[in-house]
Design a protein. Structure first.
Length: 270
C-alpha cells in the first residue's frame, strides 16, 4: 500500500487549504473542501485499509454510495492542515445510501468531517448530474463577496451582471453566472438542499452575509473560479459609491463570448 501522505491528491489538498488561508478566505476554522477521489487513485492508497470508524451523515445520497471523499475536518484551522494533515483531513467512503461515512484515514484526533458535509455531498450530487467531471466542492468566506451581499441587490441576474462588468475575464471564467441564497442557518440539511438546487444551474453559489460555494473539476479550477469572482467583487466594493463613467457593455460581453467560445447564461445579456 502506498504512503498516503505522498498521494498527489493529498498534497494538492494541503497546498490549496494553505493558499485559501493565505488569501484570508478561511479565518479561524471557517471554510471547508471536499474532493471526490478517482476510484483508481483511491484504490492505490486505500485498498486494504480497515474502517477506523463509522460516522452517521444525517442525510441520504444514494448516488454517492461507494464513493470516496477527501474532506476537511470540523473545527479545523486551514493554517494547520500543512503541519498535521492526518488530524485536519479525512478520507471517507459513503455507504448505506450515503447515510454512513466509513472513515478510512485521517481525523486522527477523534474529529470528523466538516459540519457542512451535507451541503457538500448534496452539491456533489447536483454537479455530477450536470458535469461528471466536477469533483470538487469548496466553501470559504471571501471578504469582498461577503461585503457585496450587504450593499447589492441579491437578484441573481443583477449580481452576476455586476461581476461580469468588473473584470473582462469574468464572463469567460464563469459564463454560467452566480446564484445567490438569502441568509440561512448553516450546517443544516435545509441549506444543503437549497445550495444543491442552485448548483444545478451554476458552479458558484453565494451565501448572503456568509460566503460562497464553488464547484469544479479539480482544486485549481475551483479555487480560480472563486478567486476571479472575489477579484470582481473587490473592484465593485472600491467603486460602488462612485459615479460609474465607464463599464463593460453587453455588446462587449458578446464579443468575449465569441472570442473565447463561451455562452453567457440565457437571458442575462441584452
Amino acid at each position: 500500500m502506498k504512503n498516503i501522505l505522498e498521494a498527489p491528491f493529498l498534497i494538492e489538498m494541503v497546498r490549496t487549504a494553505s493558499n485559501m488561508y493565505a488569501h484570508g478566505w478561511d479565518e479561524r476554522n471557517g471554510g471547508n473542501i471536499s474532493l471526490l477521489l478517482e476510484e483508481q487513485d483511491a484504490a492505490e492508497y486505500l485498498t486494504g485499509r480497515p474502517v477506523l470508524r463509522a460516522i452517521p451523515t444525517g442525510f441520504s445520497a444514494p448516488e454517492l454510495t461507494g464513493k470516496y471523499f477527501l474532506v476537511t475536518g470540523t473545527g479545523k484551522y486551514f493554517k494547520n492542515v500543512e503541519h498535521d494533515p492526518e488530524a485536519n483531513l479525512g478520507i471517507v467512503r459513503l455507504t448505506d445510501g450515503g447515510q454512513t461515512a466509513q472513515l478510512l484515514w485521517g481525523y486522527s484526533d477523534g474529529g470528523q468531517f466538516t459540519s457542512e458535509f451535507p451541503a457538500h455531498m448534496m452539491s456533489h450530487v447536483a454537479r455530477l448530474k450536470v458535469d461528471p467531471a466536477n469533483r470538487v466542492v469548496m466553501h470559504c468566506h471571501p471578504g469582498n463577496l461577503l461585503a457585496m451581499t450587504y450593499v447589492h441587490d441579491l437578484d441573481e441576474k443583477a449580481f452576476t451582471r455586476t461581476l461580469w462588468q468588473m473584470c473582462t475575464e469574468c464572463i469567460v471564467v464563469f459564463p454560467d453566472g452566480v446564484n445567490v441564497l438569502p441568509w440561512m442557518l448553516c450546517g443544516t440539511n435545509e441549506i444543503g438542499e437549497a445550495t444543491a438546487g442552485k448548483m444545478a444551474t451554476a458552479r458558484l453559489v453565494v451565501w448572503s452575509q456568509h460566503g460562497i460555494y464553488g464547484a469544479g473539476k479539480d482544486l485549481d479550477e475551483t479555487f480560480g473560479l472563486i478567486e476571479t469572482a472575489e477579484k470582481a467583487a473587490e473592484i465593485y466594493m472600491k467603486i460602488a459609491h462612485l459615479p460609474r463613467v465607464n463599464t463593460i457593455t453587453d455588446a462587449q460581453l458578446h464579443l468575449l463570448e465569441g472570442r473565447f467560445n463561451v455562452k453567457a447564461r440565457e437571458g442575462y445579456l441584452q
